[in-house]
Design a protein around this ligand. Sequence first.
Ligand SMILES: [Zn+2]
Length: 287
Amino acid sequence: MPPDTIPFLEWFVRSSWGLGFAALWGALWGSFANVCVHRLPRGLSVVRPASHCPSCQAAIAWYDNLPMLSFLLLRGRCRVCRVAISWQYPLVELLATVLTALAFGRLVLHGSGELPLQLARFVVYGHFQLVLLTLAAIDVEHMLLPDRVTMPGIAVFFLLGRLLGDVTLVESLVGMTAGYGVIWLIAELYYRLTGREGLGLGDGKLLALIGVLLGWQALPWSLLTGSVLGSVLAVPWLLVRQRRGATETMRHVAIPFGPFLAIGAVVYLLLLFGRSLDEIVSHLPML
Ligand SMILES: [Zn+2]
């Protein structure tokens, strides 16, 4: 590369252009996440065919497929058949945009290390958040966390984590094993005590995915945040479900645990990951 390239790149990335591109990157991948959320649980390819309306099957033109904007311009309806488009689409795109911009701020603008390492971290941890978002949205809609996402995810993020070297090999392997093990243990105990299935092992694979990239230190935080949020949000969740005609009672309420584990992991990544206790305390006034 010519000698001017590095300073230019450095300037570009650290200017508001960098943050803007990161947000746009997140929005575009958020759009792809929606495709995955809709198609993966149905066993369909996420590549082909091109986007089409799930109701009338009409192909969606690129200008009707812009993240968030098209939903607003079309006022939430398909251009051809006028059927309402789910709120899930712009919401997932908005979350993907915000989370990716936050990861850029945390890992590149305010991160340690040289620019190439910072950008590599942004790509790995940014996409890790998008995988968690995809899994959470699938869990909300279908009450399952597909092996098709979690299992390859564990392998891929294990390798990417080794390349980055932010956690040690032991922290990663213990994180993966303990993540799965603790959910397996809780599920087993719950089943022995009540005779009913409480947690799914999909939650265990999700926690293994979190542990393999972020290390075992992420597990207590994710579990604690997940349990607290799950308890607090169980009642509103039940009310929404009952309005839609579900007939669960509070004792047997089925709520997906995956989204809460994912939120816990994202909060850990954005606030605590890679920081010493002193650094965390010194950042507290900013929170
Ligand atoms: Zn349509």
